[in-house]
Design a protein around this ligand. Structure first.
Ligand SMILES: *[C@@H]1O[C@H](CO)[C@@H](O)[C@H](O)[C@H]1NC(C)=O
Ligand SMILES: *[C@@H]1O[C@H](CO)[C@@H](O)[C@H](O)[C@H]1NC(C)=O
Ligand SMILES: *[C@@H]1O[C@H](CO)[C@@H](O)[C@H](O)[C@H]1NC(C)=O
Length: 682
């Protein structure tokens, strides 16, 4: 079995320095860096932390290289066992040669996760900041932010960096951005300049690079694993289990966060995004042959897509039978391989009781064994819930349950106490004095209404008219709603169009035989025309609004349900009872005509939100409010985040100082402990 090792040397020569210069284990550097950090040795910490990031990258490169060098040869019958053993021998030899003893560079899964979450970058941004290297600080912070977009501390830090005049916009770059994204972005910008021919070439490059990076992700799935339990298992079963684990990991590369397009948590498969965009451009360029080829490839993912089929027929007519079955080879083999892996995984799921979470939503039904279809469908719906960015938020009513497509009801967005605080804010907003209950509603003479924008709330807080923590909560809660809308609907970045905290109160003695609404049926971005059963998307409607949301604060009132209708404004398709922390999100168009039933007793408070995809239409007020959040309320907030930073350091120091001597991670178990401690702090 020395064949493969000999073969290896040819390849190794191309990797200069590695033989004499073994990789310093990334985990050891990480712990050393955190240790120095806790003592305030910023420069030392920085060197170690960057070292750990670099080592990890090198480690991965070596793994990829060894994987390619050690191909599985001969894959049938008894030859298979021999080939597997021979590959193992080759890999071990290769890695030993390049990296040293396995015990040095094998990371525990927990450490792997620490790196995946980009933790070193969060410390690096602090060290660079302390050393007054602001551009580098911004880049490290941004890199951590991309991996953890919902991390509140990093959001605030980024805002702080953005307001520093010394930092140029290009500094906010993701240092771990996969290469394809850079190229994809170039293609998009060429496209926006109308340079279609150049753009399409860049996009084709991006597609090729994406496929290569995806391949690397898959190759790394064959790394070592920690065995969780050591239960005795039959030989074949043990192998099946390991094999399915590797397959599952490979399938998940379609989801690999760093490999996904940067519309934050876009649900779109990058491969499908590439193909759809290519299709658009080739159509614009009237390159029917290429367009037909792409649409055929797209149909591999969605064989039932009638729109796509029609388009294909159109192209084929123009081509008059020329190249009538050309397909992208790379896409065909991608789909074929993915599907054959899925077949195995579903087989294992059906017969071996091994779990499999299919990451793709395009998996054709016939691949899934009949006995599993219901279960898979249910699990997929549950997974949709789990992928929400806030753990405590759940999907109460799916779009389907709400008898629509772009509507959803979420619960747990804010808690009881927060509802109370916001209600207090909403009611204080009417103005000073206790008796004042707002102006008459524009929609009904039987309710009073009072409203407050985020900016107004923060301004009132600044002048001491309302509690500052309430106003800040208002800002944060609306931000949560924005992030939820963006991630649930899988859209590009959403901007605020308008936000309004509104309380409606029933006027006592005016509630008999009411048959009007608190808010009559309407749509948010078009003019509803029930007679024509149309919704006209034209001014004076707010045509740029794309999504709407209502975050409810209470339920101690009568009436006031939200309801959706068809375009006739009378056929009710869904009705939702408000309650504290419940957020209803929906598309702002005619498909979601809606109204609010009369509030006949008590006061109903809610935050109404409108979002737009268009940065141009983002409301000015929001950025003023954001300045107030970090600025004027002012020095206080600045100090707050300062102490947050120093708080992090000192508490780090305390944890170490409380021991006789700073803890030096050496053994595996110790490492894990230190690592947990730091995770809690950040
Ligand atoms: C069907 O294909 C068209 C054209 O490629 C695409 O725009 C559309 O989103 C697809 N439909 C679905 C349900 O994916
Ligand atoms: C399947 O596995 C789950 C846990 O993975 C276990 O609870 C269940 O009893 C198993 N079912 C069968 C039929 O073996
Ligand atoms: C959706 O329609 C069904 C059947 O008409 C109805 O029972 C259900 O309550 C509706 N969903 C909502 C949320 O109103």
């Amino acid at each position: 079995m020395c064949g493969p090792l000999l073969l290896l040397f040819g390849g190794l020569l191309a990797l200069p320095g590695t033989l004499t210069d073994p990789i310093s284990p990334p985990d050891l550097q990480l712990w050393a860096g955190l240790d120095l950090f806790s003592r305030g040795d910023w420069a030392g910490a920085q060197a170690q932390l960057w070292g750990s990031v670099r080592s990890l990258r090198e480690l991965r490169e070596v793994r990829l290289r060894c994987g390619t060098e050690c191909k599985l040869r001969g894959t049938q019958g008894p030859q298979l066992e021999e080939a597997v053993l021979s590959r193992a021998d080759c890999l071990l030899g290769c890695e030993k040669l390049l990296l040293g003893e396995p015990s040095l560079y094998r990371l525990t899964q927990e450490t792997e996760r620490v790196f995946q979450r980009g933790l070193p970058y969060n410390y690096l941004q602090v060290t660079h900041y302390k050393l007054e290297e602001l551009d580098k600080a911004a880049a490290a912070a941004f890199t951590f932010y991309v991996k953890n977009p919902h991390h509140e501390q990093i959001q605030e830090d980024i805002q702080r960096y953005r307001r520093m005049k010394e930092i140029q916009e290009p500094s906010f770059q993701d240092l771990e951005q996969p290469q394809y994204k850079t190229v994809y972005a170039q293609a998009l910008s060429l496209l926006s300049e109308g340079k279609f021919r150049v753009a399409v070439r860049r996009l084709e490059d991006s597609l090729k690079i994406y496929l290569m990076e995806h391949e690397d992700c898959r190759a790394l799935c064959e790394g070592t694993r920690e065995q969780e339990s050591e239960i005795y298992k039959d030989f074949s079963y043990a192998i099946s289990q390991y094999y399915t684990e590797v397959l599952q990991c490979k399938q998940n590369c379609a989801l690999e966060p760093t490999l996904r397009p940067s519309g934050e948590h876009s649900k779109q498969d990058p491969l499908i995004s590439h193909l759809s965009l290519l299709l658009d451009i080739y159509t614009k360029l009237e390159d029917w042959e290429a367009a037909a080829e792409i649409v055929r490839s797209l149909l591999l993912f969605q064989p039932q897509n009638e729109t796509a089929k029609e388009r294909l027929r159109g192209y084929e007519e123009r081509l008059q039978g020329k190249n009538s079955d050309k397909l992208r080879e790379s896409i065909v083999s991608y789909v074929r391989r993915t599907l054959s892996e899925k077949r195995l995984l579903y087989y294992a799921m059906e017969h071996l009781n091994i779990s499999f979470n299919d990451p793709d939503s395009w998996t054709p039904e016939e691949i899934i064994p009949e006995s599993l279809r219901d279960r898979v469908k249910k699990e997929r719906e549950e997974k949709d819930q789990r992928t929400l960015p806030f753990e405590e938020v759940t999907v109460t009513l799916t779009p389907k349950q709400m008898n629509g497509t772009t509507r959803v009801t979420l619960d747990g967005v804010i808690n009881e106490e927060e509802c109370q605080m916001l209600q207090t804010l909403g009611q204080a907003a009417g103005g000073p004095g206790s008796g004042f209950r707002g102006r008459l509603s524009r929609h009904t003479p039987r309710e009073r209404i009072q409203g407050l924008t985020v900016l107004r709330a923060l301004q009132m807080a600044a002048s001491g008219a309302v509690d500052s923590s309430h106003a800040r909560l208002y800002y944060r809660a609306s931000e949560r709603a924005r992030v939820l809308a963006q991630s649930y609907f899988g859209t590009e970045k959403l901007h605020f169009s308008f936000t309004h905290l509104v309380c409606r109160s029933a006027i006592e003695g005016e509630q008999d035989s009411r048959n009007d609404f608190s808010h009559p049926v309407h749509a948010d971005n078009c003019i509803l025309d029930p007679e024509e059963r149309e919704c006209w998307k034209e001014l004076p409607a707010y045509v740029h609004r794309d999504y709407s949301g209502v975050l409810y604060l209470n339920d101690d009132f009568q009436g006031g349900d939200l309801f959706f209708t068809e375009l006739d404004a009378t056929t009710v398709t869904a009705e939702i009872r408000p309650s504290c922390g419940r957020l209803v999100l929906f598309g702002a168009g005619g498909e979601n005509a809606h109204g609010v039933r009369a509030v006949t007793q008590g006061t109903r408070c809610a935050i109404a939100l409108w979002f737009t995809k268009s940065a141009v239409h983002a409301e000015q007020e929001r950025s003023l409010a954001s300045d107030l959040m970090v600025g004027s309320d002012g020095h206080k907030q600045n100090k707050e985040s300062e102490t947050k930073n120093t708080g992090r350091e000192t508490s780090g120091r305390e944890t170490f100082a409380s021991k006789e001597e700073p803890e030096r991670p050496s053994g595996r178990r110790q490492k894990k402990r230190v690592n947990r401690k730091f995770e809690d702090e950040l």
